[in-house]
Design a protein around this ligand. Structure first.
Ligand code: HEM
Length: 470
């Protein structure tokens, strides 16, 4: 009995050492306390709460530029200082992005021949093509028509209190389908039709935390339904790619096909990537923007006054007109600062020794740039936890990194910002809105648990829209 007890204790100690012990080469770095972290993960605490409670005090109270954080059985260096992150870390060309394990089912949907997966010369090819297709004139009229579809759907709905987080996801999926695929799947009108429903089921399955934590589960307990969903969507994308090869349109598939260096496989894998990278990120941002307006009626009114002054003809919305609404833009940035759509970047590792602030970092260390950390630094953002769009009207406002930074920052950042600005302006022009009585979000936005995607997605956010008197 006691022998087995001793063996079990020894076994547990070995596992704990393997899982939790800080590697000696990193023991000089400040470290987030392990037990609160584990408790946070096990209690499914949303990412933003964990960062505020456990990580941010290292920056705001102790002035540390970095902190070690345990996740997935490893210790990651989180960079929480803007200067250190932007000026040193994200520009370092010796740093290589580390991807989650290759056997994750997730990669079956996204594929390997795309911007996120490739390295070296192959990555340069993908980066050149993808950057150039996103540099085209933003498709404002496509954004406008989806916003109009949203408005029609809300007007048809007798219940003016709508599940905004869900609508935002349908808006962004429609925009992706029109602008990337050149094929309108109309998720706003028909959310239960095969493509949107398969897509939602598939992404939920691919990012389910148990399978992200333990990727081997898919090997021993295959999820046929999810595998079939991923194959069905890939086939749908591939059929469109074949169609666009002979009948090109004004969409990103056609633009990528026009690049001689890109094969159909390159196009397919990048299109799949655009969906997973561009759908929930943008929907989360849209939810937060509408949320902060709902809880700050004065700023909502001021933004609407700006819209009404500049935007008089409905069909004339373009980049010039949108650029003449700086306060709306300030409100959008402030909402994204408060509830950063993506909390931190995928990890990088360095091939040579480096220095972050006062700390020496040995080679082969895993490091993430914490956008949520730097957007809540007390020294850069006075009263960082207060929504104050005015701070972005100041040309010397603190530096932001909503889309990451450096070589691997989001290639669709301008596209996403124009999309968010267009939808917000269209809504301000038609409605005023607030939270319904008794909303769980009254005092603070409530995000869902998003450990595997690391996004801030407001959860069950109902908003009451009221038509403006014309
Ligand atoms: C508000 C909306 C968005 C946010 C906040 C956002 C945020 C980010 C961030 C932080 C990264 C960098 C990740 C890292 O460094 O590890 C990234 C990368 C990326 N994003 Fe976005 N994104 C948004 C919208 C979009 C959209 C609409 C698309 C495509 C249609 C897109 C496509 C991509 C791609 C392809 C990458 C990978 C870049 C690379 O690996 O070099 N994103 N995004």
């Amino acid at each position: 009995m006691s022998f087995f007890f001793l063996i079990s204790v020894a076994g547990l100690l070995v596992v704990a050492k393997f899982l939790f012990l800080v590697p000696p080469k990193l023991s000089h770095l400040p470290r987030a306390p392990l037990l609160p972290l584990l408790f946070s993960y096990l209690s499914l605490e949303p990412e933003d709460e964990r960062i505020r409670r456990i990580i941010l005090p290292f920056a705001n109270e102790k002035g540390e530029p970095v902190v070690l954080v345990w996740a997935f059985g490893m210790w990651f260096v989180h960079i929480i200082d803007y200067e250190v992150g932007i000026r040193i870390a994200m520009k370092d060309k010796t740093w290589v992005r580390q991807l989650p394990p290759q056997d994750l089912l997730f990669w079956k949907f996204v594929g390997h021949q795309n911007l996120v997966f490739t390295t070296g010369e192959e990555w340069k090819k993908h980066s050149r093509v993808v950057t150039s297709v996103f540099l085209r004139q933003p498709p404002i009229q496509d954004f406008v028509s989806v916003a109009q579809r949203l408005i029609n759907a809300m007007d048809r709905d007798p219940n003016k209190t709508v599940p905004w987080d869900k609508l935002a996801k349908r808006v962004t999926i429609d925009i992706l389908s029109i602008t990337v695929l050149g094929n309108d799947i109309r998720a706003l009108d028909w959310p239960d039709s095969p493509i949107p429903s398969t897509y939602n089921r598939c992404v939920a399955g691919l990012t389910a935390p148990p399978y992200i934590f333990l990727p081997f589960l898919d090997k021993y307990f295959p999820r046929k339904g999810i595998v079939n969903d991923a194959a069905y969507l890939r086939e749908f994308f591939m059929d469109l790619i074949k169609e666009k090869a002979t009948n090109p349109g004004n969409d990103l598939i056609s633009l990528m096909l026009a690049e001689p260096s890109f094969s159909e496989q390159d196009v397919l894998d990048n299109v799949s990537l655009f969906f997973v990278a561009g759908h929930e990120t943008t929907a989360g941002a849209l939810s937060s923007i509408i949320y902060y307006f709902a809880t700050h009626p004065e700023q909502q009114e001021a933004a609407r006054a700006e819209v009404c002054q500049v935007f008089t003809l409905k069909d004339s919305l373009d980049t010039n007109l949108i650029a003449r609404m700086p306060f709306v833009f300030a409100c959008i940035q402030e909402a994204m600062r408060m509830n950063n759509p993506s909390n931190f970047t995928l990890p990088r590792s360095n091939s040579v020794p480096t220095t972050l602030g006062k700390y020496a970092i040995p080679p082969d260390t895993l490091m993430c740039f914490s956008m949520s950390g730097v957007h809540h630094l007390e020294k850069a953002w006075e009263r960082h936890d207060i929504y104050n769009p005015e701070r972005f009207m100041d040309p010397n406002a603190g530096g932001t990194a909503f889309f990451g930074a450096g070589l691997r920052q989001c290639p669709a950042r301008h596209f996403a910002m124009w999309e968010l600005r267009t939808i917000t302006i269209m809504l301000l022009n038609e409605y005023k809105w607030s939270l319904p009585p008794g909303s769980a979000h009254k005092d603070k936005v409530q995000n869902s648990f998003s450990f595997s995607t690391n996004l801030n997605l407001p959860k069950d956010l109902f908003v009451t829209f009221e038509r403006l008197q014309q």
